[in-house]
Design a binder for this molecule. Structure first.
Ligand code: BG6
Length: 450
């Protein structure tokens, strides 16, 4: 059983209430963690008022809630109102001696990272036993990602910084690497001799919901592709490190990200499709969502084709697509082998790995991979254990931005059209053409018709 001190910045925010507190509660319930939790937020709430907020906003997200355990859990929580821009407010975080395993979780907008780090450091909360967990977005392009990092690195070493990509905490995503490591036959097949192409789809039926203000300056490329999708791609295709320690895994992912073939203007025009959802009979279009600019040019869908400049992947195309308000919700990684066979990693909702052999029904190799723990729970426990293997290194982030910046710049210069797709569909016709002009098609399964 671990013990640790958890300081949460942004404790009244949506992410904290919907994901972080449930994760802490489950870790407590599973007897994996006894945390002392110091929740902070701008709102001037008493401890009782904050616990009431948890009752109304967090409890509904907990399945099989054990009320007695919940009561016990909440006894470990204190609340302190805090304005991140006010240095004196940070003194409240140091009332007790510094715990040897202290985690500070930044569930706040990145524009507050620099000031929060500086103020934390002023009260000694950058001592070596302190680790910080940072939520994305860590920048909107290479330049801003570097600037954010610079302000953090003034006060914290890389070994103290845990950059969350919650997809890396999903068991089914970790299996992309796990399966390669434990199955040499698969590893032997994963190269251009045998693989025809690879597809990664992250489709959501949800629209932007109440997050228009956050999403409109971001878009799908930054929100999903820069992080979750490129990370899944890296786990599947990176050279297998001989050691599976955090540093070797991170270096292998980095080398893969650095070998993505750069897209020039012409490639952006021909290989990248951006689109935005429009209204259908039942649902409003993106531009009508609240806090969204009615003339917004932001993409809620992107599909692209890329190549990896490594000998084992020569001439193998990778097709990636993601979108909101699509016709189904699923995350799928498909390795299409030559001769019509394919290996499908269903990441969610029902994690399975299945092999489709030519003219036969798919064989399910492994199912129910999720193993109980949710991504946030797993990642918070990893951070308490000082295990950085499922967290991103700054160099990985920068490598991803180096590759993505030309796309963003071409879009900004309006060099490619923004297409539209009706809410509830699987994207614009151009996204189908992107893959069909190469004689291939987006994967369909019995449950997910596209
Ligand atoms: C987040 C994005 O990182 O991932 C959201 O900001 C998206 O826009 C979410 O909905 C998807 O996560 P999951 O775990 O529900 O697939």
């Amino acid at each position: 059983m671990r013990e640790g001190h958890f300081i949460l910045l942004g404790a009244t925010g949506d992410l904290a209430l919907r994901k972080i507190f449930p994760a802490l509660y489950r870790a407590y319930k599973d007897q994996l963690l006894v945390p002392s939790i110091l929740a902070t937020g701008r709102s001037h709430l008493s401890r009782e008022e904050f616990l009431h907020l948890l009752d109304t906003k967090t409890k509904p997200h907990l399945k099989n809630l054990d009320l007695v355990l919940w009561e016990n859990f909440t006894q470990h929580i204190e609340y302190v109102p805090m304005d991140l821009t006010q240095a004196q407010d940070f003194k409240a975080l140091t009332q007790k001696p510094l715990h040897p395993n202290t985690l500070i979780y930044f569930s706040i907008a990145p524009e507050f990272f620099a000031i929060a780090c500086a103020h934390l450091a002023q009260v000694g909360l950058n001592a070596p036993q302190v680790k910080i967990v940072l939520e994305k977005p860590l920048g909107v392009d290479l330049h801003s990602a570097r600037a954010i990092h610079k302000s953090i690195a003034k006060h914290y070493q890389e070994s103290q910084i845990y950059r969350i990509d919650h997809y890396l905490g999903k068991q089914s995503v970790q299996n992309l690497l796990g399966l390669r490591v434990s199955n040499p036959w698969l590893q032997a097949l994963c190269n251009h001799d045998h693989v025809d192409h690879v597809q990664i789809s992250v489709c959501e039926t949800l629209g932007v919901e109440s997050r228009g203000g956050f999403y409109d300056p971001m878009g799908a490329l930054r929100d999903m592709l820069q992080n979750h999708m490129l990370q899944m791609l890296a786990l599947l295709t990176m050279p297998l490190p001989s050691n599976l320690d955090a540093s070797s895994i991170r270096k292998a992912k980095l080398s893969l990200l650095q070998s993505l073939k750069p897209l020039d203007d012409q490639a952006v025009r021909h290989q990248v499709v951006r689109a935005q959802y429009s209204a259908n009979d039942a649902l409003v279009g993106y531009r009508q969502e609240s806090h969204v600019n009615p003339q917004s040019q932001t993409e809620t869908f992107v599909a692209l084709k890329l190549e990896i400049d490594r000998p084992e992947w020569v001439d193998v195309p990778f097709y990636l697509r993601t979108g909101k308000r699509m016709g189904g919700s699923f995350v799928q990684v498909v390795v299409g082998f030559k001769g019509d066979n394919s290996l499908v990693f269903n990441i969610q909702p029902n994690p399975t790995i299945s092999l489709s052999l030519h003219a036969n029904a798919p064989i399910v190799l492994q199912s129910a991979l999720e193993g109980g723990m949710d991504a946030y729970q797993r990642l918070i426990l990893d951070a308490f254990d000082s295990n950085q293997s499922a967290f991103n290194h700054q160099d990985e982030l920068e490598a991803a931005w180096v590759w993505l910046d030309p796309i963003l710049q071409a879009w900004q210069a309006n060099e490619t059209p923004l297409y539209f797709y009706p809410a509830g569909s699987f994207g614009p016709q151009e996204a189908f053409e992107l893959i069909e002009k190469d004689g291939r098609a987006w994967h369909t399964t019995g449950t997910h018709h596209v």
